[in-house]
Design a protein around this ligand. Structure first.
Ligand code: FE2
Length: 291
């Protein structure tokens, strides 16, 4: 977590930022993008939330032993019985601008507390939409020995470091005994009928998507872009420069338009990202298109 920088007596960076965001019309903040609802079924639209706190970068967590690369691209992973759970939220940058095209890779235990280490049950990745929003439909994960209830996720803004973390449920008895548990990673969870609905917004230590239009006038309040080195909670990327192409390789930053070959076939990058094992072009159609 970063420390607040105090620009002046009684004025916090957070306060300045929130004042700036409130002062700017929503369409300007979002660059004319629609303020998306959290609900996936066309229910009541909500204004874009201003609950991003740049002083509260999302904490990282250990990956654990059950991550498996190559998860399918999907927003629903109802792969077995259990209490239906819908998680919605946004991915923000440090300046509270939304991050479009952020990769979110979720994995969790099934209702019985078991991970699918052979197939891809309860594993899936998706990309945040142009407003930075994401929606995951899944089940409440089961418990397994030594841990409280949790969902694993990796979040990566295009061409930026990967944040590996876990999401937790309030009111779980094991939250008080699990040494990995972090209350800063609690989701807001409500019960609606027989289902659970949760929200969680990620704040990454990267700049968010700049407004596309209109450009604010020089006198318009703007979100500050604090100069900040990576914190221990969000590790630096191993390679910062976009790869020019060549043969596809893991742990490489690829920019939009980068051309690579893989297994003798040519692909063009659609979304800037850092590649991981399992994210080979044939496995990630959202990232690579054959040419
Ligand atoms: Fe786990």
């Amino acid at each position: 977590m970063t420390r607040e920088e105090k620009p002046g007596p009684g004025i916090t960076r957070k306060g300045l930022l929130q004042a700036a965001l409130i002062a700017v019309p929503a369409a300007t903040v979002l660059g004319g993008l629609p303020a998306l609802a959290r609900t996936p079924n066309g229910q009541t639209l909500e204004p874009t939330p201003l609950n991003c706190d740049p002083d509260d970068l999302t904490h990282d967590q250990i990956e654990g032993p059950y991550f498996k690369p190559g998860s399918p691209l999907r927003t629903s992973m109802l792969d077995g019985p259990g209490t239906r759970l819908t998680i919605t939220g946004y991915v923000y940058g440090i300046n509270c601008q939304p991050i479009a095209g952020a990769l979110l890779d979720f994995w969790q235990a099934d209702n019985g507390g078991n991970y699918d280490n052979v197939g891809n049950k309860f594993r899936g990745h998706q990309l945040s939409d142009p407003s930075g929003a994401y929606t995951l439909t899944t089940i409440v994960p089961g418990l397994y020995p030594g841990r409280t209830r949790h969902i694993h996720v990796k979040v990566q803004a295009p061409n930026q470091p990967i944040l590996t973390t876990q999401l937790y449920f309030p009111g779980e008895p094991r939250n008080s005994t699990d040494t990995i548990y972090d209350p800063a990673l609690l989701m807001n969870v409500t019960t609606v009928g027989s289902e659970r609905r949760a929200t969680f917004d990620f704040v990454l230590n990267v700049a968010g998507s700049p407004p596309s239009s209109p450009s604010p006038s020089p006198s318009s309040p703007r979100s500050p872009a604090p100069s900040q080195s990576p914190t221990p909670s969000q590790s630096p990327t191993p390679s910062q420069s976009p790869a020019p192409g060549g043969t596809w390789a893991a742990y490489t930053n690829y920019a939009v338009g980068a051309r690579v070959t893989y297994a003798g076939l040519a692909y063009v990058c659609q979304i800037g990202h850092m590649s991981l094992p399992g994210w080979e072009p044939p496995n990630t159609p959202a990232l690579w298109v054959r040419v």
